[in-house]
Ligand binder design. Structure first.
Ligand code: ADP
Ligand code: MG
Length: 476
């Protein structure tokens, strides 16, 4: 598997003299321009380390890059419509919520606010649709993120770094193939437009954050872009623990956190079960959902971003419930095979298929944030273990996307003497959307990121240290 090689933007290997000089320059560029994170092992807010990145950009077929960009608005719209389709959301998640406690608890919040009637009818999405190239060099969607989509703050710096590196290597003529990337401006616009909708200049944007945020530069990038656009907009950061103590709802459903009235809530945590450390966290999540504040994402957006929804959307005919024929065709083209593992006939067929040829599939639980998927022979043993239990409804099965490899150098805090490595690259396209049941007021495609990981490592979390920030080098 994964034998295809894409041609690099420059010939490799670089000679040793060039290499050590250019690595110095690249690492210092990253340091100086905030492609950095706090150390997280142990966490220390007074130290930063460079984020892992690739020395060179990654060749990516221009046509496929543009295809991914052009489809983003349709995908935003699709997920928006799913989120506001009560019957679809309910029936789609029915089996999942029986088997998966985390999704069930999210769903229960949704059920409550839906029954009460949304106090804030608008939802805010800062989305990221992720793709791998398949063996035939066509993009296939890996997943669609509706919560805490990261690296929009660092991706524009990576593109500039790569232009600088190519120039320093004597290839300034090639920098034109690295597309401009303003993802952070676009994502920040999403929050600014949401803030404007609230129509109160005193009200703030609340970032809900982890206890220790190592990926701080990616998040603070929002603060500074928003400050430049409108210095009146105040941003506060709170953990769930702090919000539990400080949050209250006024009778008119205004959300108050400490001394602040909150216009927009932006979650940079809360996408995984581990963030909900007590029932109080669940209660405060409900309280926020019941408030007038705009939520990025709302509970229904978060549910629309589940892997179960992705799987059901890929079933024949389902896209047409939400999209016209032309849109549905274009979306279908980027979907790969997705199968339910539910306790029924189709589920049985999928299990048979996966047990026969496990290497052709990935098994995914309803989780976000990386490190949860099951691959290869482990699929077989897992399926054999849970075949006769409800647990299997908590997973979906996906065709394995056989991405091409590309050589590059990885630079990071732990990469002392970089050697050429074979990497797999995942393209992410950012989108913003704001709307309610009847009207979408903002829907844009706003930029991109590439994250690359060494071949053989199944999951490329950048914060965890395996993945690296990268950018596309467009080729015909
Ligand atoms: P998460 O929500 O944990 O990020 P993803 O669906 O993005 O879940 O999967 C995590 C990683 O697993 C991806 O970044 C990708 O590297 C790999 N992966 C996921 N789906 C596939 C697939 N169908 N084929 C090959 N690799 C995949
Ligand atoms: Mg992912």
């Amino acid at each position: 598997m994964a034998v295809t090689q894409l041609k690099n933007c420059v010939e490799l290997p670089l000679n040793n003299e060039d290499l050590s000089e250019i690595i110095d320059k690249a690492k210092d560029y990253a340091l100086m321009h905030g492609m950095t994170m706090h150390s997280n092992n142990p966490f220390n807010r007074n130290f930063v380390r460079i984020s892992r990145f690739t020395l060179l950009p990654t060749s990516f077929p221009e046509k496929e890059f543009l295809k991914a960009k052009n489809i983003q608005i349709t995908l935003n719209n699709l997920i928006h419509k799913v989120a506001y389709d009560h019957d679809f959301l309910t029936s789609t998640l029915q089996s999942t919520i029986k088997a998966d406690e985390f999704t069930r608890k999210l769903y229960n919040i949704y059920k409550t606010v839906h029954k009460e009637g949304y106090t804030q009818t608008n939802s805010v999405g800062l989305m990221r649709s992720d793709y791998l190239l398949n063996g035939d060099m066509k993009i296939k969607q890996v997943e669609f993120n509706t919560i805490s989509s990261s690296f929009g703050g660092l991706a524009p710096i990576t593109a500039k770094l790569h232009k600088y590196i190519l120039t320093e290597l004597g290839h300034s003529d090639k920098t034109i193939n690295i597309p401009e990337n303003k993802s952070i401006n676009g994502l920040a616009k999403g929050l600014i437009e949401a803030w404007k909708l609230y129509k109160n200049k005193e009200a703030v944007i609340l970032f809900i954050v982890e206890e220790n945020t190592s990926n701080i530069c990616d998040q603070r990038a929002f603060d500074y872009v928003i400050h430049e656009v409108n210095p009146q907009i105040k941003i506060i950061r709170r953990t769930f623990k702090e919000i539990i103590k400080q949050a209250q709802l006024r009778p008119n459903k205004e959300l108050i956190v400490g001394k602040y009235l909150v216009a927009v809530v932006y979650y940079r945590t809360g996408y995984e079960a581990a963030a909900y450390t007590s029932e109080d966290v669940w209660s405060v999540r409900l309280l926020i959902e019941q408030s007038k504040a705009l939520k990025c994402p709302s509970i229904q957006y978060q549910l629309a971003g589940t892997k179960k929804v992705q799987q059901v959307l890929a079933q024949p005919g389902v896209l047409r419930r939400f999209l016209n024929e032309d849109e549905a065709t274009r979306v279908r083209e980027v979907f790969t095979g997705l199968y339910s593992l539910d306790f029924d006939e189709l589920g049985e067929q999928a299990i048979e298929m996966a047990i026969m040829e496990p290497k052709k599939f990935v098994m995914k639980p309803q989780r976000e944030g990386g490190g949860n998927n099951i691959y290869g022979d482990e699929i077989r043993s897992k399926l054999e273990a849970i075949r006769n239990s409800r647990d299997r409804d908590a997973y979906i099965l996906m065709e394995y996307i056989d991405a091409p490899l590309q050589d590059n150098y990885l630079l990071g805090p732990n990469d002392q003497e970089p050697q050429i490595q074979s990497l797999i690259s995942e393209l992410g396209i950012y989108g913003i959307i704001i709307g309610d049941q009847n009207h979408v007021s903002v829907n844009e495609q706003v930029g991109h990121v590439i994250r690359s990981k060494p071949f053989g490592e199944d999951e490329g979390g950048i914060i965890a240290g395996a993945g690296a920030l990268d950018s596309p080098y467009l080729v015909k």
